[in-house]
Design a protein. Structure first.
Lengths: 157, 391
């Protein structure tokens, strides 16, 4: 603030910190990295590949979700029977033992009604998901933003 | 020569600015005054008639830009998640992650709004080849065919000299330059921070380009479609993991956390994918009947690696003690297809918890792969693949 004795008026400046810079997708004129308000979810990741589960778990944790992992359909069913209660299940299709489709059917027979996303590299993943009663599908390869959009969509239902 | 051979220590901007002024005045420069790739880029810019103070504004109109983006839709789709990851890694720094086509035409930019929404910043449809825009992160990467870094006054056009730019060419399946991924930042410290993830992103994007080409362009022409579908999904799993690691690294970098391990893991996945893609390509490439010497054991190892997921899903174990080196003379595609059929057949007949013994030997003028499926020491099935020895 500036002012001088005997002179009318003065000047002040209040400097506020600028807004955090947000990544901007020029071609689409939209924010590329959306500052989303997420509802933290507890997820069950079912995939036979440990490195994939670990990578995905770390990334989901970085965006605010927690997770528990299973390496097969049988292991997932065992966890659910022990009382694990995920908000959403992320289910691969091609696994040793039960496939993703078979695992989903077994879950529903056991009365597990958590939403289930098919996460698969199959060419026709959307069709596979809709024909077998999945609540949604995410095609590999995917970005975590795409996965988070799908999680928000199914968990809101 | 490595695609990343232009990595040298950062220059003194004041000295480079003086060198730039002298070069513009005289058209020549003592080589030691700037980095070698910079002098080459300046010389190309001068020969092309580039005006350092008034760049040639070569920008496509709206309809032409839309047509360009339609033609390059796949490249943009594949590269966009990597541009977003690069942008995330830059955090709150002023930056722009950019994608161009193989001629230097800008396709997409992701960055902070102050930078990319600036009316003076290149828009999609702008030509950033060296002929149009002088030495810059996109045009010079294309001209050099490798990673380049241009710090401030190393740019030929004065208007670009507020940036430090890095660019890496993206190569398609045939080794052609499909485009450039580049990163422009205001602060040189930020450039150093994002260099490794830029390399990682370019490698991962190339893998996804290769996977898309293999999936769409080759599978539909191959009699092995059903067998290859399983392998295709394995490869998609590999590139998915590389992408997840890269996204994790971007967040670590933005948070100032150590990302070296994550980036190393992602790059290893990309390398593994490339090796497997080479094997896959041998299966379906339509190059007929060329006989070549092949180390049979090396090719067998490639298939054992390629079928790692299949064997895990089937619950079988491959058991192999490599012995003598056997070189055969055969058509690589035909031999690869026979080996794949043999492996898949062995996996199919094996019980869960079986072993599949692998042996490569030389018999009566032939090199032979023998696959023996065993459970509890009991032999279930044996098959052989023969290939002629040279001479």
């Amino acid at each position: 603030m500036t002012s001088c004795a005997g002179h009318a008026g003065g000047a002040d400046r209040l400097l506020l910190p600028g807004p955090k810079r947000v990544s901007f997708d020029q071609a689409n004129a939209t924010p590329a990295i959306r500052l989303r308000r997420i509802k933290p979810l507890h997820l069950l990741i079912v995939d036979d590949e440990k490195d994939f589960r670990d990578s995905l778990a770390l990334l989901l944790q970085a965006v605010g979700h927690s997770s528990i992992e299973a390496s097969s359909g049988d292991e997932a069913l065992a966890l659910l029977e022990k009382g694990v209660s995920p908000d959403v299940v992320l289910l691969d299709h091609r696994m040793p033992g039960l496939t993703g489709v078979e695992t989903l059917a077994a879950m529903r027979r056991r009365g597990v009604d958590a939403p289930v996303l098919l996460v698969s590299a199959a060419r026709d993943v959307e069709t596979l998901a809709s024909e077998h009663g999945f609540d949604g599908a995410v095609a590999k390869p995917f970005s975590v933003d795409t996965l988070c959009d799908a999680l928000m969509a199914v968990s809101a239902r | 020569m490595s695609r990343f051979h232009h990595m040298t220590s950062a220059p003194d901007p004041t000295a480079v600015r003086a060198a730039w002024s002298d070069f513009l005045a005289t058209g020549a420069l003592e080589p030691a005054r700037v980095r070698p790739h910079v002098l080459r880029a300046w010389e190309r810019s001068l020969r092309a008639g580039c005006d350092a103070f008034l760049p040639r504004a070569d920008v496509l109109d709206g309809e032409e830009t839309r047509a360009l983006l339609r033609r390059e839709r796949r490249l943009v789709e594949i590269a966009t998640p990597f541009l977003v990851a690069l942008s995330r890694a830059a955090g709150t720094e002023r930056h722009a992650a950019m994608l161009s086509d193989g001629q230097g035409r800008l396709l997409k930019t992701v960055g902070d709004e102050d930078t990319v929404a600036d009316e003076n910043f290149p828009q999609p449809g702008s030509l950033l080849s060296e002929e149009a825009a002088g030495a810059n992160g996109i045009g010079t990467a294309l001209a050099e065919g490798s990673y380049v870094e241009l710090v401030g006054p190393e740019h030929y056009i004065e208007g670009f000299q507020q940036f430090t730019c890095q660019g890496v060419p993206l190569r398609g399946a045939a080794g052609d330059q499909r485009g450039v991924v580049s990163m422009s930042v205001r602060r040189i410290e930020t450039a150093a921070k994002v260099r490794d993830i830029l390399f990682c992103a370019s490698e991962a994007a190339e893998c996804e380009l290769l996977a898309a080409w293999l999936s769409d362009d080759l599978l539909e022409h191959s009699v092995l479609e059903s067998a290859l579908e399983a392998l295709r999904q394995d490869m998609i799993q590999r590139i998915t993991m590389a992408r997840l690691q890269l996204e994790l690294a971007a967040r670590q970098i933005a948070a100032g956390a150590d990302s070296a391990g994550t980036i190393a893991a992602a790059r290893q996945l990309s390398r593994k994918f490339r090796r497997q893609a080479g094997t896959w390509r041998n299966l379906v490439d339509e190059v007929d009947g060329v006989l070549q010497p092949i180390v049979l054991g090396d090719l067998v190892q490639e298939f054992a690696d390629l079928l790692e997921t299949e064997t895990r899903l089937a619950g079988v174990r491959l058991v192999w003690r490599r012995g003598e080196t056997v070189v055969v003379l055969d058509d690589l595609r035909a031999l690869s297809q026979r080996l794949l059929s043999a492996f898949l057949g062995a996996i199919q007949v094996a019980d869960r918890s079986s072993d599949i013994g692998i042996a490569v030997s030389r018999n009566a003028g032939k090199g032979t792969l023998t696959l023996t499926s065993r459970t509890d020491g009991r032999e279930l099935h044996t098959q052989h693949v023969d290939a002629p020895l040279p001479g």
